[in-house]
Write a protein that binds this ligand. Sequence first.
Ligand SMILES: NC(=O)c1ccc[n+]([C@@H]2O[C@H](COP(=O)([O-])OP(=O)(O)OC[C@H]3O[C@@H](n4cnc5c(N)ncnc54)[C@H](OP(=O)(O)O)[C@@H]3O)[C@@H](O)[C@H]2O)c1
Length: 214
Amino acid sequence: MQIVITGANRGIGHAMYQSYLDAGHDVLGTARGREGFHNLDVTKPTDFASLGAAMDGKAVDLLICNAGVYLDKHHSLADGYDADTWAQSFAANVTGVFQTIQTLLPNLQMADQGKIAIISSQMASDTRAPGGSYAYRASKAAALNLGRNLAADLRGLGIAVGIYHPGWVKTDMGGDAADITVAESASGLLDRFADLSLDSTGCFKTWDGRDHAY
Ligand SMILES: NC(=O)c1ccc[n+]([C@@H]2O[C@H](COP(=O)([O-])OP(=O)(O)OC[C@H]3O[C@@H](n4cnc5c(N)ncnc54)[C@H](OP(=O)(O)O)[C@@H]3O)[C@@H](O)[C@H]2O)c1
């Protein structure tokens, strides 16, 4: 398979990148200015032209939109959540996801069964809403909504879209107290992506295969 993964230089993205490489797949990992990875800052619209050029004429079987930020983890309602935090959160977690997908749509259409995986979060859920982290939650909810609507539009093109919660994972973002390792998360997510098809397009699933409440 030809796979593209954003944010492949560390965390969950890197674990997925390494797993696919180890399995013999052709993987283009993107990162911000890291040797060995295609340069892509998903918040810079001008960066997408070179991604399109790098993949020109190649079918992409699986696109994983993994790059993301959690900037308001410790913000307080009294004095946090400044406009810049909102703008940066949406630029990376929503606009960045959309522009990555839009750039690679011709490549996904060239595959026998193109698939798009959006790494959202359980924090996207309207059902599970404990408060706090407003910018992150809203941006991940928007990424979930984006995935659900793209699933409708892309079904006719034969492209399946899944939205995923990767677990609470021990990474720079998840912290040391998190529940699972990057290896556990990546292993579960790879199984989920293998299961994704037009029958399940639009799904919101956890890393270990449970349906998540929207
Ligand atoms: N860890 C968890 O418990 C958890 C839970 C739910 C959802 N998630 C989601 O899972 C995904 C991966 O999280 P993680 O825990 O692996 O996070 P991480 O360790 O903080 O890694 C984030 C990755 O995203 C990249 N990234 C951030 N902003 C970017 C930008 N503007 N352009 C390109 N790349 C950018 C980072 O690149 P740099 O090295 O250049 O910063 C890095 O590769 C994220 O979407 C996150 O929201 C994680």
